[in-house]
Design a protein around this ligand. Structure first.
Ligand SMILES: Cc1cc2nc3c(=O)[nH]c(=O)nc-3n(C[C@H](O)[C@H](O)[C@H](O)COP(=O)(O)OP(=O)(O)OC[C@H]3O[C@@H](n4cnc5c(N)ncnc54)[C@H](O)[C@@H]3O)c2cc1C
Length: 426
């Protein structure tokens, strides 16, 4: 079966949803997601989203992003992200996103490696607030259809032009979907790692498919480890103890209950320090104390973290919690230009799955939601300006996709191998 739409967006996280909202009503947009819409990392973001607070903060915000990225960032991407940030926040507010305010003024918090508070937030559930509101607005659009439990398993392409995707649905039925433009919004790679804060179905499929079709990737060995996730012996996704907890004053202690590090160091540096300490202490975690914040602040500012700690048997208002580093974010991805275009014609990539170089070697906290939205809008603008139509009059062989399990494993292997190869190439 062959289906035709104007635009396919693969992924229904913040990047995909925001991009879909930029499309006018006369464009038929199909969005697909591997699982349910709520199961994307965008719904998990706790800390917040950065914004250029005022012109005076520009240089400092730019420098913080560059320093965190070890100055390997693409300066033009950083500039574009910061310059468009206020517009994106206004878009979000117009879609109904509720950021914390006091007396009608937005409140800003601070996280590691930021030299000033410039992060907007909603309790400790910022990603859920943003993604839910975007999803609600998308549901109001007649031109956008979301298919859950539908997985992209390949691209349809010829002579470096993308004509659509091959998708497998919930009943394991495979079909070809043709489109004028395809947008990868497939998120990160946490599913490839044993310990990660990401959903396990995020396995870098867009990267594997890109490798298969010679679409350029960039910096795919740049993996961010989050220094503080709640330590647990249980299997499954690691629960994040947001950086804003440390931004608001939480302290780290070794096994003798002594402080051993500046808690607001960039993530990669802090991760190293924690690992060194765990090695010295022969432990699998270090302690984090929120106690000095006081019970009222903890419960009001971090209700979700408070509930989860209580569920795991720790009362953060009275005692330390055990934390340990885990895979968290992917700075690399499918290489894109400043318009979010990949090296294949009619194929774009946005959000965590893409790499425009904005994060360099290490992402500054709370820059990723912003980056996802800025470059999703940029992609939509470019696609609408080009508006080229494509036709492909040939049969597509679907038989070769019958063995999904093998294909899935093959894709994972391809990405891991390439990450390893890039590490040695460095
Ligand atoms: C615990 C946690 C906390 C975080 N906190 C913050 C924060 O405070 N601030 C911040 O800026 N960032 C934060 N981040 C990072 C941020 O959430 C992500 O970088 C961002 O949400 C990525 O959005 P996305 O739309 O690119 O991907 P996602 O939201 O992950 O969405 C990916 C989508 O792609 C779909 N998909 C993948 N492969 C396929 C396929 N083959 N076929 C079909 N669909 C597919 C998935 O099902 C999903 O719908 C956090 C991340 C985590 C995990």
């Amino acid at each position: 079966m062959k289906q035709n739409v104007d635009i396919i967006i693969v992924g229904t996280g913040a990047a995909g949803l925001f991009c879909a909202l930029q499309m006018p009503e006369d464009k038929q947009v199909l969005m697909i997601t591997k699982e349910s819409v709520e199961r994307s990392d965008s719904f998990l973001a706790q800390g917040g989203i950065c914004v250029l607070k005022d012109e005076e903060d520009y240089d400092s915000y730019f420098e913080d992003t560059m320093r965190a990225g070890h100055y390997e960032n693409n300066k033009e991407s950083v500039e574009l992200m910061i310059r468009r940030s206020q517009e994106i926040i206004q878009d979000l507010i117009s879609y109904g996103v509720d950021f914390e305010q006091e007396n009608g003024e937005l409140l800003y918090t601070r996280e590691g490696a930021h030299s000033a508070p410039r992060i907007l937030y909603h309790e400790d559930l910022t990603g859920k607030e943003i993604s839910t509101k975007l999803w609600e607005r998308v549901k109001e659009r007649k031109n956008v259809r979301i298919e859950e439990y539908t997985t992209m398993i390949d691209l349809i392409c010829k002579k470096n032009i993308c004509y659509g995707i091959i998708a497998k649905d919930r009943q394991e039925k495979v079909r070809a979907i043709l489109a004028d433009y395809v947008i990868f919004a497939c998120g990160g790679v946490g599913g490839l790692f044993e310990h990660s804060t990401n959903y396990s179905h995020l396995t870098g499929d867009a990267l594997a498919i890109s490798l298969k079709h010679n679409i350029a990737l960039k910096d795919i060995n740049y993996i961010q480890i989050h220094p503080t996730t709640l330590y647990s012996k249980k299997q499954g996704r690691r629960f994040l103890i947001s950086e804003s907890v440390r931004g608001e004053g939480a302290k780290l202690y070794n096994k003798n209950m002594e402080r051993f590090v500046d808690e607001l160091l960039p993530r990669d540096v802090l991760t190293e320090k924690i690992r060194e300490q765990m090695k010295k202490d022969k432990t699998e975690f270090v302690w984090l104390s929120m106690v000095d914040m006081g019970a009222e602040v903890i419960q009001k500012r971090f209700p979700n973290i408070y509930k989860r700690c209580m569920k795991e048997g720790y009362d953060p208002t009275k005692e330390c919690i055990p934390v340990t580093p885990a895979q968290h974010y992917f700075m690399g991805g499918v290489k894109v230009d400043l318009h979010s275009k990949t090296t294949m014609e009619h194929l774009y990539a946005i959000g965590e799955t893409s790499c425009n170089g904005v994060h360099g070697a290490n992402r500054l906290a709370s820059n990723s939601l912003l980056e996802s939205l800025v470059f999703a809008k940029v992609a939509a603008t470019e696609i609408l300006a080009k508006a080229e139509k494509l036709t492909l009059d040939e049969e597509i062989d679907l038989i070769k996709y019958e063995n999904f399990d093998a294909l899935e494993e093959e894709y994972k292997e391809m990405v891991l191998k390439e990450m390893e190869r890039m590490k040695h190439y460095e």
